[in-house]
Design a protein around this ligand. Structure first.
Ligand SMILES: [Zn+2]
Ligand SMILES: [Zn+2]
Length: 292
């Protein structure tokens, strides 16, 4: 059995820094506990340098070449807290969540339908559960699967890959890091991959016109180093963490989940994000981009 994906200590440290959001963030604690407690026994492909380079030259993320096929049984332990979080955030979706669970039990909805495809998260029919809820479920349950699946490819250089979606799993971006040397990298919050990208570039639409690209920066001192990188062309937003200032920052996914106030600020300013958080779900936001 592989080592579990255990973010418990990192999450505890973030919760201490974000104590004001304790209520909003508490459902994520159950999700992360399920990840730590239920490692999936998957054998990933070898992902040789040549195979990766060939797929990337064709503009195809690795997942399209050889998708994981996680067994539905063990996946349930990961989906359960995610479904509970959706039902708690959106009581009006409780019936749809129950419909999803029934469809899962009957294998009408399968793990394959949760995988990212062409920048979208999941292909579960909207009559079963709406797209924003499905996108949240995918992120909340698939990380242990994808982290393991792409382990052999994680250190590949991603040469020739110029798209905004992840070259490994094909998910759209929500988070970027600025490293010690000032370089920007895009972190995939779905599979844990990362790759260098230009400082001035919108990964959601490819725009690199500096006059369209801006940063929303919170004023409060605890938020030094945090920003939302915005694009005036597609109105998309990606969070950005400058690790030269925030040297004790946590893993990108955790930092993304633990900063709901930045999502609210970006949404108020008219920007959308590519993967919904619980706050997005609860507020009924999403869909404007056509992503969910
Ligand atoms: Zn990815
Ligand atoms: Zn854009």
């Amino acid at each position: 059995m592989p080592a579990p994906l255990d973010f418990t200590d990192d999450w505890k440290a973030l919760l201490r820094r974000r104590a004001a959001f304790a209520d909003v963030l508490s459902p994520y604690t159950s999700l992360l506990a399920a990840w730590a407690e239920h490692p999936l026994d998957l054998t990933p492909p070898a992902w040789t340098a040549d195979a990766c380079a060939a797929a990337w030259r064709r503009g195809v993320p690795l997942i399209a070449e050889s998708p994981p096929d996680p067994p539905p049984g063990p996946m349930e332990a990961l989906l359960e807290p995610a479904l509970a979080a959706v039902a708690a955030a959106r009581p009006d979706l409780a019936e749809a969540v129950a419909r999803f669970a029934t469809a899962w039990d009957r294998r009408i909805v399968t793990p394959a339908q949760l995988l990212p495809r062409q920048g979208r998260l999941g292909s579960v029919p909207a009559e079963i559960l709406d797209g924003a809820a499905v996108a949240f479920l995918v992120q909340a349950s698939l990380r242990p699967v994808l982290e393991r699946w792409f382990e052999p490819a994680r250190e590949r250089a991603c040469e020739g890959w110029a798209l905004g979606i992840c070259p490994l799993c094909g998910a759209p971006p929500t988070f970027a890091d600025i490293a010690e040397d000032g370089r920007r990298s895009l972190a995939c919050t779905l599979c844990g991959g990362a790759r260098p990208v230009p400082r001035l570039w919108c990964p959601l639409c490819g725009n690199d016109r500096s006059s369209d690209l801006a940063h929303l920066r919170p004023d409060a001192l605890p938020d030094q180093g945090y920003a939302v990188a915005t694009c005036g062309r597609c109105r998309g937003a990606v969070k950005e963490l400058d690790r030269r200032t925030r040297w004790n920052g946590g893993p990108p996914l955790l930092e993304d989940w633990a900063s709901p106030h930045l999502d609210v600020a970006a949404a108020r300013a008219g920007y959308w994000r590519a993967i919904p958080t619980l706050v997005d779900l609860a507020s009924g936001r999403g869909g404007a981009s056509g992503m969910w």
